[in-house]
Design a protein around this ligand. Structure first.
Ligand code: MRU
Length: 352
């Protein structure tokens, strides 16, 4: 059955606002919100109403276009650098955000001094191109990723790298979505993904909606599942990949990869080229976002689940060492180690 993707990000009919599915409300409520002011655009990314590396890049591109419409040429250019830098600061790990805002900023500056309608129209065209490129890349990633799996396989997922986090097929979930469309049976064990539960709230919701057999597990159950032979591959997305293949992704990805290596389960990292950062030599050079301890202590619970004010350390991402990755799947196909070489061959000329 043809896969029907959710529309996670779009412009409103009159183009005056960015419309997103508010992901913080899922799975309980499927609600869209319209955003046009600089503070609400920033807040939507920071609070993970829109989230996932490619999705925040696409959203931010539309946001820059909407800022140009909302504030008029004079104020838009007076605040352009500050607004762009502020948006980028909302989520420092995913390179897509800075990269797509960079594209929009360049488009704006290249036309500075021209008629306002011309600038606004060029910004819309650029944002739509960024979105369309992601749709195409996700489709190609799904196809390449599916070639690594066999009918009947069960995969482990971590966080959410599906349509909500990207566009249409998704990255990490792309092979599952494409398999379902083709009637190929695959199953998923879904890590709940503490502390923000993107696996439990979003991946389980997306897979169920697509009719894919999925089983929710706590993050600390992956080792037993692998020891019992329940998992044939780990599929994860990526927020920033360094030139040597080190992959920053949701906190816990690296732990899953270490366990997978122990049990001989292949680890596939699926990402579009907009997530590859050839200017970043290794994972040690990737900034790791730190978030509020309240996400561990009390968020999602009716009552706080830890002593009040207990100290918390809440890094939102970790880096999976390239030595733990079996293959990297991009729109250019499947890349194998040594990744420094295969990434250079595929993306050598690319710069932010
Ligand atoms: O903090 P989030 O929910 O934005 O983190 C997202 C992830 O880590 C995803 O796995 C990632 O963006 C890669 S694929 C879309």
């Amino acid at each position: 059955m043809k896969y029907e993707p959710v529309k996670n990000i779009a412009l409103t009919g009159d183009g005056s606002a960015v419309r997103i599915i508010d992901q913080t409300l899922l799975p309980g409520e499927l609600k869209t919100i319209d955003l046009r002011g600089r503070d609400e655009l920033y807040e939507a990314i920071y609070s993970l109403r829109v989230r996932g590396a490619p999705a925040i890049g696409i959203f931010a591109a539309y946001a820059v276009y909407v800022l140009a419409r909302t504030y008029g040429q004079e104020e838009f250019f007076a605040r352009l650098d500050a607004d762009c830098d502020h948006l980028i600061s909302s989520r420092p790990t995913a390179v897509n955000l800075a990269r797509q805002i960079g594209r929009m900023r360049e488009t704006a500056y290249a036309l500075r001094g021209r008629a306002e309608e011309e600038i606004v129209s060029a910004l819309r065209t650029e944002a739509e191109a960024i979105h369309a490129e992601d749709v195409a890349m996700c489709r190609a990633i799904a196809e390449a990723g599916l070639s690594l799996l066999n009918e009947g396989d069960s995969v482990l997922t971590h966080c959410n790298a599906g349509p909500l986090a990207t566009s249409e097929y998704g990255t990490g979930l792309g092979p599952l979505m494409l398999a379902a469309e083709r009637g190929i049976e695959l199953k998923a064990y879904v890590d709940e993904t503490r502390p923000l539960l993107q696996g439990a709230r979003l991946t389980a919701w997306e897979l169920q909606n697509a009719g894919i057999d999925c089983t929710l597990i706590c993050d600390n159950m992956a080792a037993l599942a692998m020891a019992q032979g329940r998992i044939q591959a780990v599929l994860a997305g990526c927020d920033r990949m360094a030139a040597n293949g080190d992959a920053a992704n949701k906190i816990g990805t690296s732990g899953a990869a270490i366990i997978a290596k122990h049990y001989g389960v292949p680890v596939y990292i699926l990402l579009p080229s907009s997530t590859v950062d050839m200017d970043c030599p290794t994972g040690a050079d990737i900034p790791i976002e730190l978030r509020s301890g309240d996400e561990i202590r009390s968020m999602w619970y009716e009552k706080p689940m830890a002593p009040e004010n207990v100290k918390c350390w809440n890094p939102a991402f970790d880096v999976t060492d390239h030595s733990l990755i079996t293959a990297i799947v991009t729109e250019k196909g499947v890349l194998y180690p040594p990744f420094e070489k295969s990434l250079k061959e595929a993306f050598g000329g690319m710069r932010s």
